[in-house]
Design a protein around this ligand. Structure first.
Ligand code: PMV
Length: 366
């Protein structure tokens, strides 16, 4: 178990000149879902995801020595150029939580400027991209103020660990391709504390897999992910689910290696429906699927049967559908979406995305 607590990470203020660090970090889509947690943001089962390319957060962290020492962390967050009180307070809470790891954060004044590549109100989860982008900036800042990491693996393991403390699934976004979060006996180095990359074992068909995201509804979710994880505690199906997810993560890893897109799709769709079944079986029960989600699922099944094309859906904790398929059927898939599915999307919109290469450090633009 890593212990990143480090009281030595404090600065001598006269030696720090103001600066800025900028990272772009993508969202990810879980193939086998993390649903249920315990302790300090530890997962109740292993999960595996594809990191996306287009859906990303671009974050610049400006830092300077804090003039007057005060309580907690001095931070202000701007979303799309506007000060944002809600995100400032959430970010401040996170930065204060990690003070035992990064005590220097109390010695700085921080201004965070962030924006998402997807429309803010699109109903797409932004916590994975947002949290991982911020953490990549923080871990880079550690390197600027102290020493460089021994290697990239150590850098990314710490970034993944810190991202997990901010928002569970964010820990998988620090790697490109595919990542596993959660200890698996068959995967050396895997851990509940941080994610590991499994990109080296990705069959070529999955390396540029498509994920088109149908924006079924932009309304605020009636039950947050945080509350949803909590409700797993009293869920009578939880133990069976955790065992199933463990077994499926194992199987998904061999599927990702073999390139079996049909088996991939079967697990993918069952995972999506199992996640939502768990919500419906919670106490109190709730449902995030919308009528148009079901309309689209029916059409996807019909189209797949009629054409034989391996296009399968998944869902995260919301009504929007992710359609995953190989590049070889992209033209047919996009025509299908336009002709049969866009009708069911709010604002007739979808986001075309792909498996991506992971976070990228950018030049600071201002
Ligand atoms: O990371 P959280 O707490 O927002 O939970 C994410 C849960 C799912 O997206 C439904 C599944 C997953 O593994 O990403």
């Amino acid at each position: 178990m890593p212990d990143y607590t480090n009281s030595n990470l404090t600065i001598i203020s006269s030696e720090v000149t103001p600066g800025a660090i900028r990272w772009r970090s993508p969202s990810n889509i879980a193939l086998v879902k993390y649903w249920g947690k315990h302790g300090n943001q530890l997962p109740s089962n292993p999960s595996v995801s594809f990191t996306l390319d287009g859906a990303a957060t671009d974050t610049t962290l400006h830092y300077a020595v804090r003039k007057e020492s005060g309580e907690g962390v001095d931070v202000q967050l701007f979303l799309d150029g506007e000060p944002n009180a809600g995100f400032t307070s959430r970010t401040k809470g996170f930065l204060e939580k990690i003070l035992p790891i990064y005590p220097f954060l109390k010695q700085l004044s921080l201004v965070i400027k962030t924006s998402n590549s997807f429309p803010h109100s699109a109903g797409i989860a932004s916590s994975a991209s947002g949290m991982s982008a911020l953490v990549m900036c923080l871990v880079s800042l550690e390197e600027v103020l102290f020493e460089p990491f021994a290697d990239r693996t150590a850098f990314l393991a710490k970034a993944s660990y810190l991202s997990r403390l901010g928002s569970g699934s964010a820990c998988r976004s620090v790697y490109g391709g595919a990542a596993v979060w959660g200890e698996l006996s068959a995967l050396e180095g895997s851990s509940d504390e941080y994610a590991v990359s499994v990109t080296d074992n990705l069959h070529s068909v999955f390396q540029d897999y498509h994920d088109d995201i149908l924006l079924i509804s932009r309304s605020e979710k009636s039950v947050s992910s945080r509350a949803g994880h909590g409700l797993m505690e009293g869920n009578p199906y939880a133990p069976a689910r955790y065992a199933q997810a463990r077994q499926r993560t194992d199987e998904m890893l061999s599927v990702l290696q073999s390139g079996n897109v049909e088996r991939f799709g079967e697990i993918l769709e069952s995972e999506a429906l199992t996640l939502h079944a768990l919500m419906m079986a919670s106490n109190p029960p709730y449902m995030l699927l919308r009528p148009n989600t079901l309309q689209c699922i029916e059409r996807i099944h019909e189209w797949r049967q009629a054409t034989g094309h391996p296009l399968y859906f998944t869902l995260d904790a919301g009504p929007n559908l992710h359609l995953l398929y190989p590049h070889s059927i992209a033209a047919a898939a996009k025509a299908f979406i336009r002709e049969q599915l866009l009708y069911f999307c709010e604002d007739k919109m979808y986001l075309a995305d792909r498996v991506g290469k992971g976070p990228e450090q950018l030049e600071v633009s201002e």
